[in-house]
Design a protein around this ligand. Structure first.
Ligand code: NAG
Ligand code: NAG
Length: 587
């Protein structure tokens, strides 16, 4: 049933307030009148019954949604003026919902090996012991859904998928799309073929079922995606296991996901009298994000209804980028220094990294089809890649700075700020002319970003958002290090190693201190977890462990734990130390 009809039939009273005098141009985040729209959601979240808005929308219904909405209606009718106290609301919620986190049963991956090969290749004793512990964390991050999720989807916000998953950890109780790329890479280092393949199977299932891969495994993520790594996941898996039968059976779904991005997330950029087709994050969906409802509602404050809906759509587009949130998206004609979260206008930015991923996807689809012997498809994707290379060169490459930069559709300018993603074309091998490699490497060498010895910061601007300075994120380290490592420049390769060494030392120092792996780190502290943004820093942590294992696999014979050589953590916490002495770098 379309959301409007279902909503009408299920919650006439609550939807009237939603529609009261307001022309809703955007659909809500999903069809569910419990988890995505409606009066109950609004009341629970604005009453802040739980410290994290994600708590309520992860709860499991004890009765069918129609029944719960009816009960809620009855309760409201009994209450004077339809007002409920916080206690009454809390009681109703506990009566009607079970606490979050109960949709899973304990599950240990059966393919977890005691001693994967990687442990034989790590020389430093402390790092070797640590790698063994990292490898063991997969067991605690594995989740298998109870049958009830499949049999009674209407009682759950969790989206059913057929195979067990490895989750990021902490408040992230379900799978996440782009996180899973680094999780899968880590599982492959850990020789967990079946678990890695199962996760890819889940994503293929989601493409078939929904036409896109949602941001994460909850219904409230259904109308937004995340950076499209599915074809790259398949490539990681194929590189290790050459399972061409699996590829043959599923390549149409890789292509279908690619087509979703091309038909629903593309934009034409006119520049120098020519038109280029590129991609952007763009979620035309209204209402506050259900999992951050009160935050979004407060942020929109006294804006007009139209402006509120637009802001909420842009916040969801930022979530789709994976960078939620960042001054990188403060694009509504403001500079990042004067902008605030309210100036988020993600759809006005054409991002380098998204286009690098799709450029890589085009190359991989051409090579997969070549492997399978479908030459008309090979031609299709080679042509798409040629067009992409031209567009990336014309729109993103900045001759003055010698690097690729995001393009702002409002100002028609490139954004000159540093982001690690400016180097993404290097990693994606999306380069027209090899002479650009040396220039891109020089850009990085000369950037202030390299003066932080605990990782490459997300930006050089401290906005208070988590995808900005001083946080450093594992996927961004991987993209830069991998890009440098696979370039033909010896200087770049050595730089890649130094950056890997810095990152491993930071991860290890934090692990020593907290016995935990974090989703992000602070470049201003030796082993200090990151902060900022809308929730506390989370432990686990899927992509952090994946990236660390990949770096240990690549550089295991050279990396050192460095725990003895790191200076006092106190001094390091107050000073951004320009300590990284790179070969060829003049200070
Ligand atoms: C893509 O856009 C078309 C046209 O607007 C829409 O009908 C379709 O549902 C969208 N696809 C997905 C998966 O959202
Ligand atoms: C290649 O793919 C096209 C489109 O799916 C299909 O019609 C054609 O039969 C395929 N050719 C081969 C040789 O598999």
């Amino acid at each position: 049933m379309p959301w409007g009809l279902r909503c009408l039939s299920l919650c006439i009273a609550s939807c009237m307030t939603l529609w009261n005098g307001v022309e809703l141009v955007f659909p809500p985040p999903c069809d569910s009148p419990i988890y995505c729209t409606g009066d109950l959601l609004k009341r629970v979240q604005t009453a802040k019954l739980f410290t994290d808005d994600k708590h309520f929308v992860d709860m499991v219904l004890r009765e069918p949604p129609e029944q719960v909405l009816q009960n809620f209606q009855n309760l409201l009718e009994k209450s004077p003026g339809g007002n409920l106290s916080r206690d009454e609301l809390f009681q109703f919620v506990n009566l009607s919902f079970a606490p979050p986190g109960q949709e899973f049963e304990p599950w240990t991956p059966k393919d977890w090996p005691e001693n994967p090969q990687i442990l034989k290749t790590i020389s430093d004793e402390k790092l070797n012991r640590w790698a063994k512990e990292l490898h063991a964390i997969w067991k605690s991050l594995g989740r298998k859904m109870k049958n009830d999720v499949q049999n009674h989807p209407e009682l759950h916000s969790l989206i059913y998928v057929p195979y067990p998953v490895v989750v990021p950890g902490g408040r992230f109780r379900e799978f996440y799309y782009w996180d899973s790329y680094w999780v899968i890479n880590g599982l492959l280092v850990s020789e967990m073929k079946a678990t890695a393949k199962g996760m890819i199977e889940n994503f293929l299932y989601l493409v078939e079922r929904y036409g896109l891969i949602p941001n994460g495994g909850r219904v409230y993520y259904l109308r937004r995606s995340q950076p499209p790594f599915l074809t790259l996941m398949m490539d990681s898996y194929m590189a290790k296991y050459e399972d061409s039968e699996f590829l043959r059976l599923n390549i149409h779904l890789l292509e279908q996901e690619y087509e979703f991005w091309m038909s629903n997330r593309s934009v034409i950029v006119s520049l120098g009298g020519k038109n280029y087709t590129l991609n952007r994050y763009n979620v035309q969906v209204g209402e506050p994000r259900p999992e951050s409802y009160s935050v979004d509602l407060e942020l929109a404050g006294n804006l007009t209804e139209e402006a509120r809906q637009e802001l909420w759509a842009e916040l969801k587009s930022a979530a789709e980028s994976g960078w939620d949130f960042s001054s990188r998206w403060y694009a509504g004609g403001v500079t990042k220094q004067t902008g605030t979260l309210r100036d988020t206008k993600t759809s006005a930015i054409v991002p380098v990294d998204l286009n690098a991923v799709l450029c890589q996807t085009e190359r991989l689809l051409a090579s997969f089809y070549k492997m399978l012997g479908n030459l008309s498809k090979v031609q299709k994707f080679e042509a798409a890649r040629t067009r992409r290379l031209e567009a990336v060169q014309a729109v993103f490459w900045d001759t003055a700075l010698g690097i690729w930069l995001d393009f702002n559709l409002v100002t028609k300018q490139r954004n000159k700020a540093f982001y690690p993603t400016n180097l993404a074309p290097l990693w994606a091998e999306c380069i027209m002319d090899q002479s650009l490699v040396e220039m891109a490497v020089r850009y990085l060498e000369e950037s202030e970003a390299l003066s932080y010895r605990n990782g490459i910061p997300t930006s050089l601007y401290q906005s208070g958002q988590q995808w900005d300075f001083p946080n450093a994120w594992p996927p961004l380290q991987h993209i830069v290090i991998e890009g440098l490592a696979k370039s033909s420049s010896a200087r770049a390769q050595e730089m890649a190693f130094q950056l890997a060494q810095n990152w491993i030392r930071t991860n290890y120092a934090a692990y020593e201190k907290y016995k935990a792996m974090f989703e992000k780190y602070d470049v201003n502290g030796d082993g200090k977890p990151g902060g900022g943004g809308e929730y506390d820093v989370q432990e686990g942590f899927g992509w952090t462990n994946g990236v660390a294992l990949q770096l240990l696999e690549r550089y295991g014979s050279r990396l050192v734990s460095g725990a003895d050589t790191v200076g006092s953590s106190l001094a390091a916490a107050v000073l951004p130390l320009p300590l990284l002495l790179l070969p060829g770098r003049r200070i």
